[in-house]
Design a binder for this molecule. Structure first.
Ligand code: NDP
Length: 419
């Protein structure tokens, strides 16, 4: 029996909310709050006839801590699920602390305005000290650890698929499959086709910022940074086939490096088609991915936000997208003194997701883990005061929940390795 406040009602949140409503004995009451209340009302109306969960809705600007505090105080939830944008992570964490409520999200903090001089000074220091230059990193949220510990509250960071399930796969491999892990390769393959020349599978602004950043990986505890899309490999993915994939910086490398310091190398690869890469390069070359406002005819415009307005809404891709995703981790290491390799992954079908929840697989593979992470917290299986990433909790009940609620694992004990 629990009350949950979900902030955000976009592509990922709508899947997470629908999945929560399939587990009404735990998620007994849900409040959906977002910037545009009409979207929350429409989803609540769709779900009312088919769930026992009692759903209410609210309007909130999650950039405003006072508004959030007023909402949390009036609703009194056991948990706040932040499924808005990474820009709101810190304001929502502040509000949770002020109200004494547990917190979770699906992506680590990054600022909306990367030209803010106060943020930039800290960012540039971090780039020099750490050696990677992506706009997002965990330092801002890890800085809340003591505050959450002192308040006796749990904050769970990055509980989507990647980050999220990929770290649970690492915790599972460390617990059950290996005595020592030498390398981790995280492989994110989207074999789906939506028929557009160019579209992003989740929030375009966040997605394009991520993939246009320099690539990086961790080797012997240090970051190695390379130009964006400069390391390419081919891989033959189960149920998808042969795809080109590129090394990217990704947030879970940072937390895995900290929590598994003995691992010698951690990399992340994502598949991209040539059309996506050509469009992205062209948009970048003409300045359309810039986050710096320009003045156009007396009006201030942020190029990447204008581009977002032109691109298809990721939520509209559901009915058009065919094919499968395959996301997982390949490990090398030792067990009982012998060398060992192991691959654990999930395959998810875009059309099956659309049939079940009206979304494509990218929203589905993020929304289901968000619900399962909330389930772990609400049932007391993942609670400890402080701020944690997924690999710091017991992976077993989480992976069992994913198996049950739509993202079953597959395993391969003799996988092809990535060179
Ligand atoms: P969408 O853009 O589809 O949805 C974002 C939602 O947040 C919208 O409902 C939006 O409201 C709401 N929102 C934005 N700003 C505010 C605000 N200031 N106050 C209140 N509500 C606000 O994004 P997605 O659903 O695609 O992504 C959601 C999150 O999931 C992101 O953080 C993304 O990075 C993360 N993600 C994580 C993945 C993982 O595997 N870990 C993979 C994919 C995404 P409105 O509609 O009114 O604008």
């Amino acid at each position: 029996m629990s009350k949950v406040l979900v902030i955000g009602c976009g592509g990922v949140a709508s899947v997470a909310i629908q999945k929560c409503c399939q587990v009404s004995d735990v998620f007994t009451e849900l409040c959906i709050a977002s910037r545009t209340k009409s979207k929350c009302d429409a989803l609540a109306e769709k779900l009312a006839p088919i769930t026992k969960t009692k759903i209410t809705t609210a309007q909130v600007n999650a950039d405003n801590v006072e508004e959030l505090i007023a909402l949390i105080k009036s609703y009194q939830p056991d948990l706040v699920m932040n499924i808005a944008l990474p820009y709101q992570d810190l304001t929502i964490m502040d509000a949770c602390l002020a109200c004494g409520v547990n917190y979770m999200d699906t992506a680590n903090y990054e600022p909306e305005n990367t030209d803010d001089p106060a943020w930039r000074a800290i960012y540039e220091k971090r780039c020099k000290e750490e050696g990677f230059s992506a706009y997002f990193d965990y330092s801002w949220q890890w800085a809340y650890k003591k505050k959450f510990e002192d308040a006796g509250l749990t904050a769970l960071l990055g509980c989507g698929f990647d980050p999220g399930v990929t770290q649970a796969y690492c915790a599972y491999a460390a617990k059950h499959e290996f005595d020592t892990i030498d390398t981790i390769d995280i492989l994110d393959c989207n074999g789906g086709d939506h028929g557009y020349a160019f579209a992003t599978n989740f929030n375009p602004e966040i997605n394009l910022r991520e993939v246009s950043a320099p690539g990086s990986y961790m080797e012997n505890g240090h970051w190695v940074e390379v130009p964006a899309m400069s390391i390419k490999r081919e891989y033959n993915f189960d149920q998808v086939g042969e795809k080109d994939m590129y090394l990217l910086h990704h947030e879970e490398i940072e937390s895995l490096g900290k929590n598994f310091p003995g691992v010698k190398r951690i990399r992340f690869f994502m598949t991209f088609g040539q059309s996506y890469l050509d469009h992205m390069r062209c948009l970048e070359d003409v300045g359309m991915l810039s986050t710096t406002p320009i003045n156009y005819n007396g009006q201030e415009i942020v190029p990447i936000q204008f581009l977002k307005a032109l691109l298809p809404d990721p939520a509209s891709l559901g009915p058009r997208t065919k094919g499968k995703t395959n996301i997982g981790c390949i490990f090398t290491g030792t067990k009982d003194g012998k060398p060992k390799t192991y691959y654990i992954y999930n395959v998810c079908d875009h059309q099956e997701c659309y049939k079940e929840v009206g979304s494509q697989a990218i929203s589905y593979t993020t929304g289901v883990p968000a619900m399962c992470g909330a389930l772990m917290m609400l049932t007391g299986q993942w609670t400890k005061p402080g701020v944690y990433t997924v690999e710091e909790f017991n992976p077993d009940p989480f992976l069992d929940a994913l198996d049950k609620y739509g993202l079953p694992r597959s395993e391969n004990r003799a996988p092809a390795l990535v060179d």
